[in-house]
Ligand binder design. Structure first.
Ligand SMILES: Cc1cc2nc3c(=O)[nH]c(=O)nc-3n(C[C@H](O)[C@H](O)[C@H](O)COP(=O)(O)OP(=O)(O)OC[C@H]3O[C@@H](n4cnc5c(N)ncnc54)[C@H](O)[C@@H]3O)c2cc1C
Length: 429
């Protein structure tokens, strides 16, 4: 395909990764971001083998591994009885896969630094609200309907609340989820927690408390833990009125080991309220505008796939553009490449979320008694590991990727990766 003028809306994981792939493929790329200074939003997230493979394709996997914290399993226990009701281990499936918990800042900095190093222009302080088709180009407009730029192709990577997607012919139906969560990034020093796991405590499905050891934002920076507490959005005001002390007591009673984390919270402002919505933009393109990442599909983060799917979308779009003769066929190829994987994980997220975030005692009972028992019977451990890894169907080939070799030695000093080094020596030596 000829060299294209491409406008990428949004400097999140999807937008930055797409800009990197396409600029390296020789296109003229410009990123447009509404914030005056691009910055990460939110706390920590879990990178899966899918997203890590995309970062490897961009030559960034060593960088993110020095910042992130290796996660080997997802562990959840009933807060009252202490009984384990969820124990998914990546090594239940072959291949040496693992997760990497990262601070959002670490993922953002890794991608943003690469974009800056690649001299990709980033226009900040522009709030894009619509894209107009003019001939065979797309014109981006801001909130005052001013033309901001016109491009052969606009990539909308402006997230779950994308105005471009909402105003498009494939505008998604938005289903706001009843439950959301408070999130905070806290210091891990001095606290007792499993550094190799995403750990959760539940009381039926109405309470879920979680700790995700999420590494450091910069090399040599302090190790942090993403702390979250699930609650109904409708209950947020009542919880705040009852006061922070009451809220901390509730959590301490459920999970006393959280005390060192609770001690760091003395203001509601330290907690970010995350609201979740389920939506899918179908088809994920229209005219010369294509949707990727949360703009194309979003859901609750129960399965920890969103940022990973965003990175896969960026890789798949770049691959489709490289292997198609024109933009319409490339966009159709991109949609085809991602369709099954996106559909499957949208469906799985929707199905799994009520097991962890709902008012239903029946669903929680099924989770604690039936699912936790079935989950131990082969081949379920391997299947659950593949769900968590995002690899239950192959997302790589259609995106032009080869899965990263998880057993290969990292190029950076092993001292930065104690957990990786320990596992490697036990499996290889
Ligand atoms: C609490 C929580 C926990 C999560 N945990 C995980 C996890 O463990 N693992 C995982 O993979 N995913 C997780 N996710 C999902 C993940 O955060 C998203 O899927 C991911 O950030 C999507 O990336 P994106 O680039 O598509 O969108 P975003 O990250 O939302 O980035 C969008 C960018 O577009 C910009 N923008 C928005 N509107 C405009 C506009 N009008 N004009 C210009 N720019 C605009 C924004 O400022 C932002 O920079 C979690 C989400 C939440 C809320």
């Amino acid at each position: 395909m000829k060299q294209l003028d491409i406008g990428v809306v949004g400097a999140g994981p999807a937008g930055l990764a797409a800009a990197l792939f396409l600029s390296r493929a020789g296109h003229r790329v410009e990123i447009l971001e509404r914030f005056d200074t691009p910055a990460p939003v939110g706390s920590g997230l879990l990178m899966q083998p899918t997203g890590l493979t995309v970062l490897a394709a961009l030559g960034l996997v060593d960088t993110i591994q020095t910042l992130g914290n290796r996660i080997d399993r997802l562990h959840g226990a009933d807060a009252i009885s202490g009984r384990t009701v969820l124990d998914v281990r990546y090594d239940a499936a072959p291949g040496g896969r693992y997760g990497l918990a990262v601070q959002r800042a670490a993922l953002f900095n890794t991608l943003h630094d690469a974009a800056v190093a690649g001299a990709i222009p980033i226009r900040t302080g522009v709030n894009l609200t619509s894209a107009l088709q003019r001939g065979n180009r797309a014109v981006l407009k801001d909130q005052w309907s001013q033309d901001i730029g016109d491009y052969d192709l606009v990539i909308d990577a402006s997230g779950a609340r994308s105005l471009l997607a909402a105003g498009s012919t494939s505008a998604p139906r938005v289903r706001d989820l009843t439950y959301g969560a408070f999130w905070a990034t806290l210091n891990g020093a001095g606290a007792t927690y499993d550094r190799t796991a995403l750990s959760q405590r539940y009381d039926k499905a109405k309470v879920m408390i979680g700790l995700l050891p999420s590494g450091r934002a910069t090399v040599g920076g302090q190790d942090k833990v993403a702390f979250f507490w699930s609650l109904k959005i409708a209950d947020v005001d009542a919880v705040k009125v009852a006061g922070l002390a009451r809220w901390k007591t509730v959590i301490r009673d459920y999970w006393p080991e959280c005390q060192p984390f609770l001690d760091q919270i003395d203001d509601w402002d330290q907690l970010t309220l995350a609201r979740y919505a389920h939506r899918t933009t179908l088809p994920p393109y229209g005219g010369n505008v294509v949707f990727i990442g949360d703009s194309a599909h979003s859901t609750s983060p129960q399965l920890g796939q969103g940022a990973n799917m965003a990175l896969l979308d960026a890789a798949a779009l770049s691959h489709a553009l490289a292997s198609s003769a024109d933009i319409p066929s490339a966009l159709a190829a991109y949609a085809r490449a991602r369709r099954s994987h996106v559909r499957l994980f949208q469906m799985l997220s929707l199905a799994f979320t009520p097991f962890y975030q709902s008012d239903s005692t029946a669903i929680a009972w099924v989770r604690d008694r039936l699912v936790s028992t079935i989950a131990k019977v082969p081949p379920m451990p391997g299947f659950l590991a593949a769900i968590v890894a995002g690899t239950v169907i192959d997302p790589f080939k259609s995106a032009g990727l080869t899965e990263h070799d998880w057993l290969s030695l990292p190029s950076q000093a092993d001292s930065a990766l104690p957990a990786v080094a320990a596992v490697r020596s036990s499996t290889h030596v």
